[in-house]
Design a protein around this ligand. Structure first.
Ligand code: AOF
Ligand code: ZN
Length: 371
């Protein structure tokens, strides 16, 4: 086996490698709504230029993608190439190490899109394969793989959840009129698209004022039932949200209140998190650390303007989902409040998706330094 393995070493990535990795990435993407807190991973086994088996990771704790692809393969003749979107693991976790499964199969070459930032793996999987004489290629479609798992990569490398800000506003950046009315700013289709974002994340964060004025349920669409339950996080320094608010109606709520706020009745769905709120605001990093400790790896911040402004001010948001209704309102409530920047110092935005749900404009992109 090892001489056959060595024979395949040294081949540079080809167009075919890129094409097979594209297929592995498409398989990985099927786990978008179900793998958290684990990564989305896809794998294909290729022999003589043809795919002979495929696998993808379905849910945390379930079979890993590469193990699942290899288990489906009935090898008649070797050797094969394995394409996997994330470095194979070497640790005994909830499932056995994938490196062992690879070494037990007639696999001569492994093509990996991205190294695994998980401290239990982090290069050790690649090293173990090389040591066993397998040809290993790393980085084929690497940026795409890192983008697909951006919340996993961010959480594993920073220890903080990945933060997406969401706002629905008029073309002039108003989320409500002066009386607080906001319902008709964007279309039904855009609102549905906004709710769909909740299925991608572990937790939603909303500020006290938004919860009191809009009285939202903050529920998922339930289009993807296998996903771990959503945590609803309410930032409420004064504990001013009434216990009868709809947000407490179901699911799990983390009610974040000030250290000395008076809570009269704790709803059955809620657990209390007491944090200091100097100047009436919770420090964003402290909040995120507390959420990370609850296993939260990704967060959708649904406003309002003060809450969104707080995350931007702290520099702790990575992505934004912006919905624009095709109207101009003039004076009203701003989508972002609580800080101001010079044009040169303004936060940059790099869109990676532009759509028109129900005739509105939907931009989704990464927050970055100004161009
Ligand atoms: C996955 N699916 O396809 C691959 C993973 O929770 P465990 O014990 O299954 O281990 C999860 C870790 O395994 C994960 O953080 C990542 O580092 C590695 N690879 N995980 O869930 C997969 N290939
Ligand atoms: Zn594994």
């Amino acid at each position: 086996m090892s001489s056959a393995r060595r024979g395949a070493a040294g081949a540079a990535p080809s167009d075919a490698d890129h094409a097979f990795m594209a297929r592995a990435l498409a398989l990985a993407g099927r786990g978008l709504y179900s793998t958290s807190p684990n990564p989305m991973v896809g794998a294909v086994v290729v022999r003589e230029g043809r795919i002979v088996a495929e696998g993808w990771h379905r849910h945390a704790g379930g079979a890993h993608a590469e193990a699942s692809a290899l288990a489906r393969w009935r090898p008649r003749r070797g050797p094969a190439t394995l394409y996997v979107t994330l470095e194979p693991c070497v640790h005994q976790g909830r499932t056995p190490p994938c490196v062992d499964a690879i070494l037990a199969a007639p696999v001569a070459r492994v093509v990996v899109a991205a190294q695994d930032p998980d401290p239990r793996v982090n290069g050790r999987g690649i090293a173990a394969l090389k040591k066993a004489g397998i040809a290993v290629e790393v980085g084929v479609r690497g940026p795409e793989a890192a983008f697909l798992n951006r919340s996993f990569f961010h959480a594993r490398t920073t220890g903080l959840p990945y933060v997406i800000l969401k706002s629905a506003m008029t073309l002039d950046g108003r989320i409500a009129d002066r009386r607080g009315g906001s319902f008709w700013i964007t279309s039904e289709a855009a609102r549905r698209e906004g709710k769909r974002l909740r299925e991608e994340v572990d937790a939603i964060v909303a500020g006290s004022r938004t919860v009191r004025v809009d009285d939202p349920f903050l529920a998922r669409l339930r289009e993807h039932p296998p996903r771990p339950p959503l945590l609803k996080v309410i930032l409420d320094p004064e504990a001013a949200v009434p216990a009868g608010a709809r947000v407490f109606g179901d699911g799990r709520v983390v009610w974040v209140v000030g250290r000395s706020a008076r809570v009269r009745r704790l709803p059955a769905t809620a657990s209390l998190l007491r944090l200091s709120a100097p100047g009436g605001r919770f420090p964003v990093e402290t909040l995120l650390r507390n959420l990370a400790a609850l296993g939260v790896q990704s967060v959708l911040v649904e406003g309002g303007g003060e809450t969104v402004g707080g995350f931007l001010r702290a520099g702790l948001a990575q992505e934004a989902a912006l919905f624009y209704g095709m109207k101009v309102m003039g004076e009203g409530v701003n989508a972002v409040t609580g800080f101001s920047n010079s044009v040169a110092g303004a936060i940059g935005f790099r869109p990676f998706a532009v759509r028109r749900p129900g005739g509105d404009l939907y931009l989704r992109g990464s927050l970055c330094s100004p161009a």
